[in-house]
Ligand binder design. Sequence first.
Ligand code: SF4
Ligand code: SF3
Length: 519
Amino acid sequence: MSENMFCFQCEQTAGGKGCTVAGVCGKKPSSAGLQDEITAGLVTLARALDGKPACPGCESLFMDALFMTVTNVNFDDADLKAMSERVQSAVAKAGGAPAFAPADLFHGNQDIVSLRSTLLFGLRGMAAYAHHARVLGKTDPEVSGWFQKGLKALGEDNTVDTWLGLILGLGTINLKCMAMLDAANTGTYGTPAPTPVSTSKDKGPFVVITGHDLHDLKMLLEQTDGKGVNVYTHGEMLPGHAYPELKKYPQLKGNFGTAWQNQQKEFDNLPGVVLYTTNCIMPPRPSYVGNLYTTAEVGWPGVTHIAADAKGHKDFSAMIAHAIKLGGWQQEVTGEPLLTGFMHGAVLGVADKVVGAVKAGLIKHFFLVGGCDGAKLGRDYYTEFVEKAPKDTVILTLACGKYRFNHLQAKLGDIGGIPRLLDMGQCNDAYSAIQVAVALAGAFKCGVNDLPLTMVLSWYEQKAVCILLTLLALGIKNIYIGPSLPAFLSPTVLGVLVEKFGLKPITTADADLKTILKT
Ligand code: SF4
Ligand code: SF3
């Protein structure tokens, strides 16, 4: 088999090793090549800027270009080529520098490639979060500067210790980035509150909006207001319902579908349009490809892209008219509501109740069962884990992996007036989980590692990588991770993480619960 490309950045990578002929995600070798070209160009740009302040527009260029290379974001070679040219022109304007070549990304022994790749993938994940905060007007010089610093480091021959320092440094700065995004989201749209979200389908035309960008959701709600067009959230957009400034729109009807990997089935013959604001777009089927729209860094060849104008405004009118023409669902279908909105503001608001329930022995353990969903077998572990967790335990969840079990909310019941399953929001709301853990540690006068709290994470793409690095940088130990370990972690690097942080691959729900709860 000839090697046309090499990519091992996500959990579904071919054979658990690397996609070499074509991406399991649908990425073509030409797109993979362009993404490597963009990345290498960014390293050269970071070199060229060394010691100088970032060129005008370079801060956003770093974020947007890295975001574009995240799994399932952009499959359109025309977009990737245009981005690569933007990077090259910035390099030329910065005065040039010794070129870092795409092949250099894979230079060195297995461990060096592993360490370099871990840093790169973490940077890609953080870039998506920084992008969402930036569109809401929030930037931080330290976060922005770190893209330049991290990219420059990718081109250096560092020692293992230096690489490890950089990787944990990225974890620390990503906490700042997630805090900035949290401040951007809550500052703009208010403090999320627990909110039941309908999963019913109402009659009439509709737009489905997927991805993480709340600013896009807000613009869509403004432009559908009073038009008789309903809006449904999909995937990671579900927590949008919990924000006061978003849920006030009556046409924000509910949540449609489940996590990203089911879209080809769920969007089949959909009588409405779909707007993708971030990852995760999958190869669309002919039955619905004509109903899709992309925005921001997302792209699929032939799918209409809605770009922002110079003021950041996006004109969704043609897409809304398309939804009206499609007519929407003709019959109402009733579904069970999902509960979301337990971000840190809501949970810390009932902190006394939570602490009281622990002290009274009602709550014995907390689990954070969170992270990405995906198509591969083995992800039923997370459903089983939640179902089998004893009744005196509370489960915090976040990101799209929760669709494996969020419909079980009512069945799981509550403890002392607190639901046993608390949906804390999107993957970036890992910040909320950290805030809650730190507050609990404060209330019990102990360290986070001494709390009766275990993190059981599922990963798929690079945002999960930067979050994991943040948790490690905070010194959080004994994290369970699955469904499989990242292919980009070499045995030696994995060994270091296991030794230093007690990182554990998941086994079975029964065995892991037994170990954690020492039963
Ligand atoms: Fe393969 Fe994942 Fe890379 Fe796609 S993103 S090419 S599935 S490793
Ligand atoms: Fe999900 Fe793609 Fe990662 Fe934000 S939307 S968590 S997989």
